[in-house]
Design a protein around this ligand. Structure first.
Ligand code: RP5
Length: 167
């Protein structure tokens, strides 16, 4: 029996070395008032704990799980194999091919177990949080209002951009 919490989004990563990138997902969720938790769980180094987290997530009240990993990035796929919740994958920049290895490992899921895969690195971390918010906004009017206000502020900031003089 799992205990229910108020956490709505789980941010998982294969290593503490992913946190400088993945903290950007947490910052967006905090800004939009979405309760989140961040955990280091590895598909390879702690496979049983990763599976247990996924299996108990829905019962704890989580709605979306974000998974970040680098190299042979299997965390999103392993988590998705153990839960019906939406799983969003963020490939981390690695040491050999600048994240392309992680992108392909995360995105090339076999038919039947989806992992919604975002961009490599910080843009992916931020967009995973925003996509989680967008998904939850379908059934949460207050959150939808905050999300729309966030997007409007972003649009205003783009339109108010003043470029410095050339040269
Ligand atoms: C992956 O391997 C992690 O997600 C990380 O991106 C990468 C390197 O991990 P460390 O060697 O820095 O622990 O499992």
């Amino acid at each position: 029996m799992t205990e229910s919490t108020n956490i709505q989004v789980g941010i998982l990563m294969g290593s503490e070395s992913d946190w400088p990138t993945m903290q950007h997902a947490a910052l967006i969720l905090d800004e939009l008032g979405v309760a989140n938790e961040a955990r280091v769980l590895s598909a390879h180094r702690s496979p049983h704990a990763a599976a247990e987290y996924a299996e108990s997530a829905a019962g704890r009240g989580l709605q979306v799980i974000i998974c970040a990993a680098g190299g042979a990035a299997h965390l999103g796929g392993v988590i998705a194999a153990h839960t019906h919740l939406p799983v969003l994958g963020v490939p981390m920049k690695g040491w050999s091919t600048d994240g392309l290895d992680a992108l392909l490992s995360t995105v090339q899921m076999p038919s039947g177990i989806p992992v919604g895969t975002l961009a490599i690195g910080k843009a992916g971390a931020r967009n995973a949080a925003l996509l989680a918010v967008s998904i939850m906004s379908l059934s949460n009017e207050d959150l939808r209002g905050r999300y729309l206000a966030y997007r409007e502020a972003q649009t205003r900031s783009v339109l108010e951009t003043e470029l410095p003089p050339a040269g």
